[in-house]
Design a binder for this molecule. Structure first.
Ligand SMILES: *Cc1c(COP(=O)(O)O)cnc(C)c1O
Length: 356
C-alpha cells in the first residue's frame, strides 16, 4: 500500500533525492567507489560541496557578503554556537516554544538574556505581536516555524539589532529576504536532507566581534576559512542536500514551492475548518504551512485513538501529534505532494462520515 509520510522529522524527501543518494552510495560519478568511502577532500566530493553551496545561495538569492556552511551537530549545536559568536553583553529571544526555549537556555549561560515576548500562556498556539526588541541587545533570536505547535512567522521582520533565525522546519519553503538576517540556521532533516547535518547562512562582517575565546570548532570563522571542511563534514547528508537543491531548482525554485505549499496548507486547513469533528490548534493568522496541528473536538475526544488507527490503516504515517500538544500533526514539507494531502483529507472525511 502507498504510504503517505507526514513525519515531523526526519521527514519526507523527494523520491528522486533518495534514489540519487542510493546511487551515489553504490558508486559516485562512475569512479568505481562509493561516496561513503572516498575522501572528503577528493575532487568528486569537493564538487558536491561546491554545488550544494552554490545552489543554496542561488535558490535563496543570498546577497554578497554571506557564507553558507554545512556542519555537524544539528540545529541544537547552533543553540550554543550562536551565543559563542554573537553574545557580548546581552541577547534577546522570542519565546515561541520548546526549540526557542532550548536556544534561549544556552544564551542564559553567557549572561543577560531577555525574553522579549512569549506565547507560553496559550501553549504556544500563536506568535506574539507588537513586542519591542531592545536596541542594545547583541542580537535577536527567533524560531520562524514552530514545528511542534504549527505556528509560523512568514514575514522577514525588521530588527534594530542583528536578527538570527532558527529555520529548521521552513527553510526553502518560500522566497525570502536574506538581507534582513545576520544568521539563519537549521537542522537539515526537516526540509532538506537526512539527519546529521546543520546548515548556516551567516553575514561575514558581523563575526569576530566578541571578546571571549571561542573554541575552534564552535567558531564560524574556522568553518568559513576551511569551506566547511575544518574536520570531516557529514558527507552523505551533504550529498542528499545537493540533490534536494537540484530538485528544487528543477521544479521552479522557491516561487513555485511557495505556491504549492500554500495550496497544500489551504487544502488541509479548509478541511479542518469545515469539519464537525476536527479543530485546528494554532490561531488562524499564525498557522504554519509546514506542520498542521489539529485535535478532535471535545465531544469526539474518545475517538482519537480510533482515528489514529483508521488513518494508519489508510497509509497515513506519522500523524500523531507531539506529546506537548496532543491530537494530530501533519507535516507537509516541500517534498510532500498535494495528492498525499488530499488522501489525508479524504481519510478524515470518511472517518467523520462513519462517526459524526
Ligand atoms: C527539529 C528542530 C530542532 C532540533 O534539531 P536537531 O537537528 O535535532 O538539533 C531545532 N529547531 C527546530 C525549529 C526544529 O524543528
Amino acid at each position: 500500500m502507498k504510504k503517505h509520510n507526514f513525519s515531523a522529522g526526519p521527514s519526507i524527501l523527494a523520491r528522486e533525492v533518495i534514489e540519487k543518494t542510493a546511487q551515489a552510495v553504490l558508486e559516485i560519478n562512475g569512479s568505481g567507489l562509493s561516496i561513503l568511502e572516498i575522501s572528503h577532500r577528493s575532487k568528486d566530493f569537493q564538487a558536491v560541496m561546491d554545488e550544494a553551496v552554490a545552489l543554496f545561495k542561488e535558490l535563496l538569492a543570498i546577497p554578497e557578503g554571506y557564507s553558507v556552511l554545512f556542519l555537524g551537530g544539528g540545529a541544537s549545536m547552533q543553540f550554543c554556537m550562536v551565543p559563542f559568536n554573537f553574545f557580548e553583553k546581552k541577547a534577546a529571544y522570542l519565546n515561541t516554544g520548546v526549540w526557542a526555549n532550548k536556544a534561549m537556555k544556552e544564551a542564559k549561560g553567557f549572561g543577560e538574556t531577555v525574553e522579549v515576548a512569549s506565547s507560553k500562556d496559550r501553549n504556544y498556539n500563536y506568535i506574539p505581536k507588537n513586542f519591542v526588541i531592545p536596541a542594545d541587545a547583541d542580537y535577536f533570536h527567533i524560531t520562524t516555524n514552530n514545528t511542534i505547535y504549527g505556528t509560523e512567522i512568514l514575514t522577514d521582520m525588521d530588527s534594530p539589532v542583528p536578527l538570527i533565525a532558527d529555520m529548521s522546519s521552513d527553510i526553502f519553503s518560500r522566497p525570502m529576504d536574506v538581507s534582513k538576517y545576520a544568521l539563519i540556521y537549521g537542522g537539515a532533516q526537516k526540509n532538506l536532507a537526512p539527519a546529521g547535518l546543520a546548515f548556516v547562512v551567516v553575514k561575514d562582517e558581523l563575526l569576530g566581534k566578541v571578546s571571549r575565546y571561542i573554541p575552534t570548532m564552535l567558531n564560524y570563522k574556522t568553518h568559513i576559512a576551511e569551506g566547511s571542511m575544518f574536520n570531516t563534514p557529514p558527507v552523505l547528508p551533504i550529498y542528499s542536500a545537493m540533490e534536494t537543491l537540484r530538485w528544487l531548482k528543477a521544479n521552479g525554485g522557491l516561487v513555485e514551492m511557495e505556491k504549492k505549499n500554500i495550496a497544500k496548507a489551504e487544502l488541509l486547513y479548509n478541511a479542518i475548518d469545515n469539519s464537525k469533528m476536527f479543530v485546528g490548534t494554532a490561531v488562524k493568522e499564525d498557522r504554519s504551512r509546514m506542520n498542521i496541528c489539529f485535535v478532535m473536538k471535545p465531544e469526539f475526544q474518545e475517538l482519537e485513538a480510533d482515528f489514529q488507527k483508521f488513518a494508519q490503516a489508510a497509509g497515513m504515517d506519522g500523524i500523531k501529534g507531539h506529546r506537548s500538544v496532543g491530537g494530530f500533526r501533519a507535516s507537509i514539507y516541500n517534498a510532500m505532494p498535494i495528492e498525499s494531502v488530499q488522501a489525508l483529507v479524504t481519510c478524515m472525511q470518511e472517518f467523520e462520515k462513519l462517526h459524526a
